[in-house]
Design a protein around this ligand. Structure first.
Ligand SMILES: *[C@@H]1O[C@H](CO)[C@@H](O)[C@H](O)[C@H]1NC(C)=O
Ligand SMILES: *[C@@H]1O[C@H](CO)[C@@H](O)[C@H](O)[C@H]1NC(C)=O
Ligand SMILES: *[C@@H]1O[C@H](CO)[C@@H](O)[C@H](O)[C@H]1NC(C)=O
Ligand SMILES: *[C@@H]1O[C@H](CO)[C@@H](O)[C@H](O)[C@H]1NC(C)=O
Length: 713
């Protein structure tokens, strides 16, 4: 009876302490109902309203966010535990912010809707009861080391701004919204510190971190933080259909209450996002139903209550409005006194119960154990002795008798011990496969690695795209090309071509690389030919070798001019060959287009197409160009023409004008050689419209420009 008095007393005190404020409406006791400086706030009528609100925010961020991560890391590095002044500083900065947002301490506030939530603040309460302050200083600060963020993108600052100010109201959340990139880092951190039952627990996480309902599932967390129109608790609005479950990856699935399996569907879709309308309540326990939050018809069906927004992320905490936090209220409990008392005790972190029975007897436990062991040993010795003396030989015979040993030796344990009724498993009785040597296992591991590397390289390559793999001539090969090339080389070297995914991957990968090569060739040809645009339209003059000597009418000058023209022509032919080669490949349309346009322009601007490269179109559409390396010649005896390949000993058939297939012949259209209309070039309009003889387009290098003159006949 004496021992029971203390818990009883404690219980009664606890109940009294917890029930007493119930009469007071579950609010903190303050001068005002909301515990802020005023209950009713009016926006200021001044023009500097927005400006003051922005300034105050900047000052607050500068005073807290810019020092917080560093302070926490320094204190932790110095082994001094969490930063001591953290909570004081946090509340002081927010207190200044609230103070500066009110006009001279009156109930007029600056900044409209954006800054309205910030004036609801009580510094005393912040230091004792605000859970956001507690979260920052007792969870985030000591675990800062787990928040690993690369410098690129200044995500740490953005995350801190979001957590400090961004989550304090809807407008603010828009202003400090996090991108998917930055959310990734904070979400990985939440995963480390917030997972209630992690398979691999991280050491040194304060248990308080687990009480904040952090969104510890990575993908859900990223979605939660980075979706437009930040909502910390999207599950509050159920999916507007009776039996459709929405998963985090935004897929929706029909579920059926009679087929429980259908409810597990979100397990493959990054977990549940919203419950169906028929089961609108999402429960708090993250493992409640097939490893996910349950969807129920009413809150009472959830053992831990309804799922709530994380204290870290909610844009509305009751204590900001002078109300009790929900766990205080829950601690009161409606009827179940004992459970509520237990929970209350957990909340009062300072109270400890009396020593338990186990603790009380701990000091004498060893003696009891020793006595018990001694008694047990004596008994067994006596028994052995008794049995052994009266019947040693018999016992020995039964246990170790030669007949028995022989029997045991001959019996196959499987058949011997198997129950006769069970079907015999031939596989189990079959001899084990021979042991494999270590090098074979090692080779297999390497093979597997090579296959995986090839798969990864191909995945990366597909991310780059299938076409348009480089942008311009001279660009280095994309990173993916090297990875893919290496992976293909290794896979081939290991002779994996015949394996199942490899053959397919090799083929696709090589096609990808060949597209890259074709694009490179084409761009190279384009870059080589492009400078010709400038002077293709000009007659290239040659100089006499000795000044003053007759030159222009001489054979030598004709030969020299032909030589100059031929060099100009090689670029055009090179480009044409590249375009033709690229047509068969699956390459970027824009590169192809660029090359074709350039080719057309070059051909059109060349004043005199070389006669030995032109033939009459077999279909009768003017003149066509021969493919690279083919020439046309005229047999002087009969005047018939024939074609021959460069460097060949024999020409084609006499009198047959065309030897190359039609599709290899190039176009010699002259459209692009027309001058550009001057008026169009200047104003992009031309009053003559279609009657204007000149081209209506933006002039390019090498184009000539003419005024448009129309005669009325
Ligand atoms: C702030 O909270 C404290 C503690 O509850 C309270 O005593 C004080 O009156 C509050 N301040 C205002 C302005 O209401
Ligand atoms: C904003 O403007 C009002 C009136 O023009 C002025 O009284 C007030 O001091 C200004 N507030 C700040 C913070 O500058
Ligand atoms: C306004 O902010 C400054 C600095 O942040 C602070 O010193 C000052 O006390 C604040 N004013 C009010 C009324 O809180
Ligand atoms: C040993 O015990 C067995 C069975 O209880 C009995 O048949 C046998 O005669 C005993 N032998 C001796 C030496 O007592």
């Amino acid at each position: 009876m004496h021992r029971l008095r203390r818990p009883l007393l404690l219980c009664c005190t606890g109940l009294w302490v917890s029930l007493w404020p119930l009469c007071r409406g579950q609010r903190f006791t303050c001068e005002t109902a909301s515990c802020a400086r005023h209950d009713v706030w009016e926006p200021v009528p001044f023009a500097n309203s927005t400006e003051v609100c922005q300034d105050a925010q900047l000052r607050a961020l500068d005073e807290f966010v810019s020092i917080f991560p560093q302070q926490c890391r320094e204190w932790a590095a110095a082994g001094m535990g969490p930063w001591g002044d953290c909570r004081k500083k946090y509340c002081e900065v927010l207190g200044h912010l609230a103070g500066n947002l009110s006009h001279q301490g009156s109930n007029l506030y600056y900044g409209g809707d954006e800054c309205r939530p910030l004036v609801n603040f009580n510094q005393t309460l912040c230091e004792t009861s605000y859970r956001d302050a507690e979260g920052f200083c007792e969870c985030l600060c000591p675990t800062m080391g787990h928040l690993q963020i690369p410098r690129v993108g200044a995500c740490e600052e953005k995350i801190m701004k979001f957590l400090f100010l961004g989550r304090r109201g809807y407008e603010l959340s828009q202003k400090y919204a996090l991108s998917g990139y930055c959310s990734d880092f904070i979400c990985e951190y939440f995963g480390k510190v917030g997972e209630p039952n992690p398979p691999y627990p991280v050491a040194g996480i304060p248990p308080i971190c687990k009480t904040y309902d952090l969104p510890w599932r990575l993908y859900s967390c990223i979605e939660l933080l980075s979706r437009k129109n930040y909502t910390p608790e999207p599950w509050l609005t159920p999916y507007p259909a009776d039996s459709i479950l929405e998963c985090t990856d935004a897929t929706t699935h029909e579920v059926d209450i009679r087929h429980i399996d259908t409810w597990g569907v979100c397990g493959n879709h990054k977990f549940r996002w919203r419950c169906p309308q028929g089961f609108p309540i999402m429960c708090r326990d993250p493992y409640g139903c097939s490893g996910d939050h349950c969807c129920e018809e009413t809150v009472d069906m959830c053992p831990l209550g309804e799922r709530v927004a994380s204290t870290f992320l909610a844009i509305e905490l009751p204590e900001w409005r002078g109300l009790w936090p929900p766990d205080w209220i829950a601690a009161l409990g409606p009827t179940t006194t004992l459970g509520a008392y237990d929970r209350f005790k957990q909340n009062l972190r300072t109270t400890t119960g009396g020593p338990s029975f186990a603790q009380q007897i701990a000091d004498y436990a060893w003696a009891g154990t020793a006595v018990l062991v001694a008694i047990g040993m004596t008994c067994s010795c006596l028994a052995c002795y008794y049995m052994g003396v009266i019947n040693t030989t018999y016992v020995r015979k039964v246990v170790l008798g030669p007949a028995r040993l022989l029997n045991a030796y001959q019996a196959d344990p499987v058949t011997f011990f198997a129950s006769g009724k069970l079907p015999r498993d031939k596989k189990r009785e079959a001899p084990l496969p021979p042991m494999r040597p270590a090098h074979e296992i090692e080779e297999e591991r390497k093979d597997k690695e090579a296959v995986a590397a090839l798969g990864d390289a191909w995945d990366l390559a597909t991310l780059k795209g299938m076409r348009h793999l480089i942008d311009a001539h001279g660009d280095p090969d994309p990173l993916q090309a090297k990875l893919l090339r290496d992976a293909i080389r290794i896979a081939r070297a290991r002779g994996l071509q015949a394996r199942n995914p490899v053959a397919d991957l090799l083929e696709k990968g090589e096609r990808w690389l060949s597209t890259l090569e074709a694009e490179k060739e084409l761009l190279k040809a384009v870059e080589e030919a492009r400078p010709d645009l400038r002077w293709a339209s000009q007659v290239r003059l040659t100089q006499p070798p000795v000044l003053g000597k007759p030159w222009h009418a001489t054979t030598q000058s004709k030969a020299a001019e032909a030589q100059v023209r031929r060099t100009g022509w090689t670029h055009i032919e090179g480009l044409r060959a590249a375009v033709q080669a690229a047509r068969g490949r699956d390459i970027s349309e824009s590169h192809m287009n660029e090359a074709e346009v350039l080719l057309q322009a070059l051909v059109a601007r060349t004043h005199e197409l070389p006669a030995d490269r032109c033939v009459l179109d077999p279909d009768g559409f003017g003149v066509k160009l021969l493919p690279r390396g083919q020439h046309r010649a005229v047999w002087p005896v009969t005047g018939d023409s024939y074609t021959f390949n460069e460097g060949a000993k024999f020409g084609g058939e006499m009198g047959v004008d065309v030897s190359a297939p039609k599709e290899l012949l190039g176009d010699a259209a002259t459209e692009d050689a027309r001058p550009v209309c001057a008026e169009w070039a200047k104003k992009s309009t031309c009053k003559a419209g279609r009657d204007c003889p000149w081209r209506h387009c933006k002039p390019q290098v090498g184009d000539s420009i003419r005024e448009c003159i129309l005669f009325d006949m």
